[in-house]
Write a new protein. Structure first.
Length: 131
C-alpha cells in the first residue's frame, strides 16, 4: 500500500520516487517467493507507470516489458479477472513509449502511464488499438 501511495500521490519528489520503486521491488520479490505471479507482475507494472510519468522512458519500457512477460507467463487457468486489462495496459504503454522514442514531444494519450492504484487494477480502455 505504501509503495502505491508513494507512486501515485507523492511522485513529485525524487527521493519519494526512489523509495516507491525500492518498495515495489521488495514487494515483487516477496510476491514471487510466495508464488503470487500476478501481484509480482503488478509491482513492475506500477513501477513502470511511475517511471513513465517521470519521463524516464527507457526504464519505464523495460519495466512494462518485464511486467508483460510476467503476465504472459501466468498459466491460463491461474489468470485473474484483471489479466486481460493488465496485458492491454502494458502493450498500450509500450506502444506509447515507442512513439515517444521516435517522435519526442508527441502528446501522451489520456489514460497512459496511469497507476492501477492500491488494487493495482488498470483500466486499459484507453489503449485499444495501440498495443
Amino acid at each position: 500500500g505504501l509503495a502505491v501511495l508513494l507512486a501515485t500521490r507523492l511522485s513529485d519528489r525524487d527521493d519519494e520516487v526512489v523509495e516507491a520503486i525500492s518498495l515495489l521491488d521488495d514487494c515483487r520479490s516477496v510476491y514471487l517467493e510466495y508464488g503470487m505471479a500476478a501481484e509480482s507482475a503488478g509491482c513492475d507494472h506500477e513501477a513502470a507507470a511511475l517511471l513513465a510519468r517521470r519521463a524516464s522512458h527507457r526504464a519505464a519500457r523495460a519495466r512494462y516489458e518485464a511486467a508483460l512477460a510476467s503476465y504472459q507467463a501466468i498459466p491460463a487457468d491461474q489468470r485473474d479477472q484483471h489479466w486481460r486489462a493488465d496485458v492491454a495496459d502494458c502493450n498500450g504503454n509500450v506502444a506509447v513509449l515507442e512513439i515517444l522514442d521516435r517522435e519526442p514531444g508527441t502528446a501522451i494519450p489520456a489514460g497512459a502511464f496511469a497507476s492501477g492504484g492500491h488494487t493495482m487494477e488498470h483500466d486499459a480502455q484507453w489503449a485499444r488499438g495501440l498495443g
